[in-house]
Design a protein around this ligand. Structure first.
Ligand SMILES: [Zn+2]
Ligand SMILES: [Zn+2]
Length: 269
């Protein structure tokens, strides 16, 4: 990720400006206190008003772990279908869930959108106890320290002619930390921008022929302020979510086709 100040650099303007996208890095940080259910956050107690029971996996019935909730009122640049005001992600913690580890997710992942009227009634559910030997822990509750940053593509999402220019600018070192950290896709959880591809760039096509856009990247790597980079293995994030081996989940949508076009992919090293 780069600052707008850096973007004024002549070379950066020349090579990178046409790719630059303003995005929101969520920057989750461990919360010393319990966070209200009506705030965007990672982990902790979510707003359950949209459910008739505590949400469970539809494949193996295991009670779900809350991952993240995003309110439109706080993040209007996030993709929300018409009338929806809250987005939530949950994971089935059961490592042996029949749907786990397919092309869409490692642990079985669910997302939900809710409208104002669906959230109107206050509902409280106790999370049922999970009786499994092999399961994913709950996330550590984190508040968000969002920051507006300029995002640039991962290697492979640049046009070939520009990749050549980048190689000229960075020489043999083009793939070093300077390029990755300063001029590539932001590696944390973020709203919009470019996916951090690990296995090479993918085109995510909609059935209408358009390319789908990334609207959310969920990352295992959300380094907190004050942590040196690269962080120690137990310090990749405050929330502790591990997607495969330090991987990502990408949420894509074709805005012309709407909510039904949403597609999740994931990658790890
Ligand atoms: Zn399951
Ligand atoms: Zn479409």
């Amino acid at each position: 990720m780069i600052t707008e100040e850096q973007l004024s650099d002549e070379i950066i303007v020349k090579y990178f400006e046409k790719y630059s996208r303003k995005i929101t890095a969520l920057r989750p940080h461990k919360s010393p206190t319990k966070i209200e259910k009506n705030r965007s956050k990672f982990g902790g107690e979510p707003n359950l008003n949209g459910f008739d029971n505590y949400p469970c996996c539809k494949h193996c019935k295991t009670p779900l772990n809350h991952v993240v909730q995003i309110y439109k009122s706080e993040f209007p640049d996030f993709y929300f279908p018409k009338d929806k005001v809250l987005f939530q992600i949950y994971r089935c913690p059961n490592a042996d869930c029949p749907e786990s580890f397919n092309e869409h997710h490692d642990f079985t992942t669910f997302y939900f959108y809710f409208s104002e009227s669906e959230l109107a009634k206050n509902k409280e559910y106790d999370k049922p106890v999970i009786n499994l030997d092999n399961f994913e822990e709950e996330l550590i509750e984190c508040y968000l320290k969002p920051e507006s940053v300029i995002d640039l593509p991962s290697w492979g999402d640049y046009e070939e002619i520009d990749e050549d220019k980048i190689k000229v600018k960075f020489g043999e070192e083009w793939f070093d930390d300077e390029f990755i950290l300063e001029y590539s896709a932001h590696s944390g959880s973020k709203i919009n921008g470019y996916p951090v591809w690990i296995q090479g760039a993918n085109e995510v096509k909609c059935s209408c022929g358009k390319n789908k856009e990334l609207f959310f990247q969920l990352s295992s790597e959300d380094v907190e302020d004050g942590v040196e980079y690269p962080p120690a293995p137990d310090n990749w994030s405050g929330h502790g979510l591990m997607i495969g081996d330090l991987g990502y989940m990408y949420f894509f949508v074709c805005k012309a086709c709407g909510e039904t076009s949403i597609e999740i992919q994931w990658e790890c090293s």
